[in-house]
Ligand binder design. Structure first.
Ligand SMILES: CC(C)NC(=O)n1c(-c2ccccc2)cc2c1CN(S(=O)(=O)c1cccs1)CC2
Length: 233
């Protein structure tokens, strides 16, 4: 059985990513609003717009702190952010929902998300994903690294230096693989299960594009930042 060892550099990398991940949390007041404001599909939609917009700002700040990201080609940095924003949003949503919340909070949150003008065909896969992430009981490091790996996906549209992104992603994959072996010794398939979630994320990404079209037809407004990052309007 090969001895899995995390090197000094890899430990520093995990610390840098975890610090950035924890530093750029969604402001509590924004998620708290999801629990307080009154119920209506319109109100829920507006709240989600606000929460999603603030998450994109958090995502940009987090991404800038990924070691090596800022040395990538500038246009590739934008292409990676635009390409991963939706997947990072679903990952973050799943992590928010799988967190221990005061009793009743999760139900209210879920209800509000269900009643925000999304069609049923998207709600089911979305909540299945939230559940499948929750069942993994990921550690903070695993969540932060999985988000980093999603952002550093080389085959996003318009990425020019594919190899540079691939090298960076491979560095993160190697660290995550070792962490999984060390933190889940009884589950040899744990790392593979984590990567399987990334495939599920891509499916949600496709659903999201259709969701946007259906919202657009019902004349729903998004913020300029969401329009920019999702290429709508
Ligand atoms: C935490 C943030 C990242 N989550 C978030 O914004 N959520 C959450 C969510 C999940 C768990 C806890 C709190 C919130 C559910 C949904 C969204 C956003 N999208 S959206 O971006 O398509 C959207 C934007 C505007 C109208 S719809 C729809 C589905």
């Amino acid at each position: 059985k090969e001895k899995v060892e995390i090197t000094k550099e890899q430990r520093a990398l995990i610390k840098a990513i975890l610090d950035a991940y924890n530093r750029h949390q969604i402001p509590q007041d924004v998620t708290k609003k999801l629990l307080q404001e009154q119920y209506s599909a319109e109100e829920n939609f507006l709240l989600l717009t606000e929460v999603a917009t603030s998450q994109v700002q958090v995502l940009v700040e987090f991404t800038k702190n990924i070691p090596g990201f800022l040395s990538l080609d500038r246009e590739d940095q934008i292409a990676l952010l635009k390409g991963s924003a939706v997947e990072a949003m679903f990952l973050r949503s799943a992590q928010v929902l799988s967190k221990k919340m005061p009793s009743g909070y999760t139900e209210v949150l879920e209800e509000r998300i269900r009643k925000s003008g999304m069609s049923e065909e998207f709600i089911t896969p979305m909540f299945n994903f939230y559940k499948s992430i929750g069942e993994l009981h990921m550690t903070q490091e695993e969540q932060a690294l999985l988000t980093t790996i999603t952002i550093l996906t080389p085959d996003r549209p318009y990425v020019k230096s594919h190899e540079a992104v691939e090298r960076l992603q491979e560095t993160m994959l190697d660290v995550l693989r070792k962490l999984c072996v060390l933190q889940h010794p009884q589950e040899p398939q744990y790392f593979a299960r984590l990567l399987g979630r990334l495939t599920e994320l891509r499916t949600l990404h496709h659903y999201h594009v259709e969701m946007l079209t259906s919202w657009k037809t019902n004349d729903h407004k998004f913020t300029p930042l969401l329009c920019e990052i999702w290429d709508v309007q």
